[in-house]
Design a protein around this ligand. Structure first.
Ligand SMILES: NC(=O)c1ccc[n+]([C@@H]2O[C@H](COP(=O)([O-])OP(=O)(O)OC[C@H]3O[C@@H](n4cnc5c(N)ncnc54)[C@H](OP(=O)(O)O)[C@@H]3O)[C@@H](O)[C@H]2O)c1
Length: 153
């Protein structure tokens, strides 16, 4: 099962200068409640971004797959050079960034989208999604965001 999870504004913006484009505590708690202790896939830029937030604390996941072309070794992290290595995992959360979402969208069984309210400025956008391929499974509203879950038809 492959699940993509991300937060975007109404224009599909997801990042600014290799960081989040907003600080939304409620969405962060939602994201953590789903992904903490899970198996995740992330791209090199997102990894660098997260390290900026976590500093020397370990990232809060059970198993981490990091996609890069670089020949690097990082303790506690499975550095991979192709998605072939992860397509058959039982349960995988794809946590970005944009390049990794684009690569994994064709394989997504579920989409967990947080639509963050407000206007933001940034430089990184979620790839185009054909929502006709998905059913909306749930929607929760709050003052700051809408939390949508889509399941592939
Ligand atoms: N709003 C959200 O929910 C959310 C979530 C996550 C991230 N973000 C934001 O997204 C931005 C980062 O996204 P991004 O698109 O710049 O970067 P990214 O997707 O995190 O990482 C891109 C890197 O992944 C590696 N890569 C991509 N395709 C590959 C392939 N086929 N084979 C091997 N390696 C591959 C390359 O690394 P190498 O250059 O090392 O080869 C590439 O430079 C940041 O602003 C971050 O804050 C937002």
């Amino acid at each position: 099962m492959i699940k993509l999870i991300w937060a975007q504004d109404k224009n599909g913006l997801i990042g600014a200068n290799n960081k989040m484009a907003w600080h939304c505590k409620e969405d962060l708690l939602y994201y953590k409640s789903l992904t903490m202790g899970q198996t995740v896939l992330l791209g090199y830029n997102n990894y660098i971004s997260l390290m900026g937030y976590y500093k020397d604390k370990p990232l809060p996941y059970k198993t981490i797959y990091l996609l890069t072309h670089r020949d690097i070794k990082i303790e506690g992290i499975n550095v991979i050079h192709s998605i072939d290595e992860i397509l058959n995992l039982d349960d995988l959360w794809v946590i970005g960034g944009a390049q990794i979402y684009k690569l994994m969208l064709p394989y997504a069984d579920y989409l967990y989208v947080s639509l963050i309210k407000g206007d933001y400025v940034g430089d990184t956008y979620f790839p185009e999604v054909d929502y006709s391929l998905f059913d909306l499974e749930s929607k929760k509203e709050s003052e700051v965001a809408s939390y949508l879950v889509y399941k592939r038809k």
